[in-house]
Design a binder for this molecule. Sequence first.
Ligand code: FAD
Length: 460
Amino acid sequence: MINPALVKRFQALVGADNVFAEPADLLTYSYDAAVLEPVRPALALRPASTEALGAVVGLCNQEGLALTVRGSGTNLSGGTIPAQGGVVVLTNALNRILEINRADMYARVEPGVITARFAAAVGREKLFYPPDPGSQAVSTLGGNVAENAGGLRGLKYGVTGDYVMGLRYFDVDGGLVKTGAKTVKCVTGYNLAGLMVGSEGTLGVISEITLKLVPPPQAARAMMAIFDDVQKASQTVAAIIADHIVPATLEFLDNFTIRTVEDYSHAGLPTEAAALLLIEVDGHPAQVAEEAARVEDICRRLGAARVEVAQDAAQRDRIWEARRTALSALAKLKPTTVLEDATVPRSQIPAMIAALGEIARTFNLTIGTFGHAGDGNLHPTICCDKRDRDEWRRVEAAVEAIFHTALELGGTLSGEHGIGLAKSRFLEQETSRATVAWSRRLKMALDPKGILNPGKIIGG
Ligand SMILES: Cc1cc2nc3c(=O)[nH]c(=O)nc-3n(C[C@H](O)[C@H](O)[C@H](O)COP(=O)(O)OP(=O)(O)OC[C@H]3O[C@@H](n4cnc5c(N)ncnc54)[C@H](O)[C@@H]3O)c2cc1C
């Protein structure tokens, strides 16, 4: 509960219309895209200016009130569940693209700008912002930075953090921290932007982002390689990488996912295929032609039954639309969808895919697997019903088995979805006791009262 006098102070900062306390509002902001128990905040606030945002942060700290920032709430690790109640701060009114600079190839944005809207605006200026999470039509750039989101183009172009040139953010006292620059290089002071990237709202509240832009590729070619054997597909991924070709995108879909996507979107996918690789190479037209031929050749040599090269933009869009609907299609099957994010070195993709099949059989679960195979980042997706206690116990055991397998193969718990609440108890397993202790000391130094997104990453 927040006392009425404090509510009035928040109203004075953000305007009465931007303070939400109705049960329906609090329910809306009690959960995100992760399958975790919802927790209602006491209040939700929507600052419409950066000054108001900073003032809200300062007041929460003064009052020792937990503050959870929320972009679009699409994160898959419980990052926006207000674990200790308090206030949820919405960034959707901070949605201005402040500058797109063609000459110096950067842009400045507020944190609530929707990723796809930004990419389209940049495209109109004949520039390119590559990070493209599957949620880009909804996710915000602030959420992308705070999660260091990846996407379908991560293999060649990297992840969100690779494009952050500078940040402005409010520290816990409401002080405005400025870090980075609009220059290609900047080593002034500590790399605070690096610390903020992926910090999931636990160290500060981002109010402005300077993002690097690049020239758009002149040409691109997409293809779909169809396999009658999953292992052949996964070995092909490893072979393409080992041949030092760097496609922009190299995605994997297993048979269960292919059939589910086809039922959902009628994209014309070959439902008989054991696995598909969806591949796109881009760059200079001559390089694209050469790399596409090499990729096609590797696919055939490693046993692809067919390779279909997109002949026009419509066919290319059809391929990527099929991939982008994978999660939505799987999510329609059962009441609960558990999407995992374990990532392994690319050479271990065949072993990981084999292990996922074994885990599905051992725990008698329906698991559809798709994902950014070229990054070693698969998304095994368990279609289940959390209300079925026996099934849910098996799901939890399967998730642990997936984590252990990824770590045994030299991988990581999370390639892109973050730790949040969902994986904080596994952090020490991947890192070390000292790593967790050091992270807690850092958090304590920057947020002594522990009000910024409490419970996330390093636990409670
Ligand atoms: C269908 C679907 C597909 C997805 N595909 C991908 C994918 O391909 N790659 C990928 O990486 N992820 C993917 N995701 C996960 C998710 O979309 C990303 O993590 C995204 O970056 C979250 O953005 P958001 O605006 O929804 O952030 P939110 O979920 O609102 O917040 C995420 C975290 O960022 C913090 N935060 C938000 N704004 C700020 C701010 N201004 N300052 C400080 N902290 C802040 C929040 O407190 C929270 O901890 C997918 C999710 C879905 C549902």
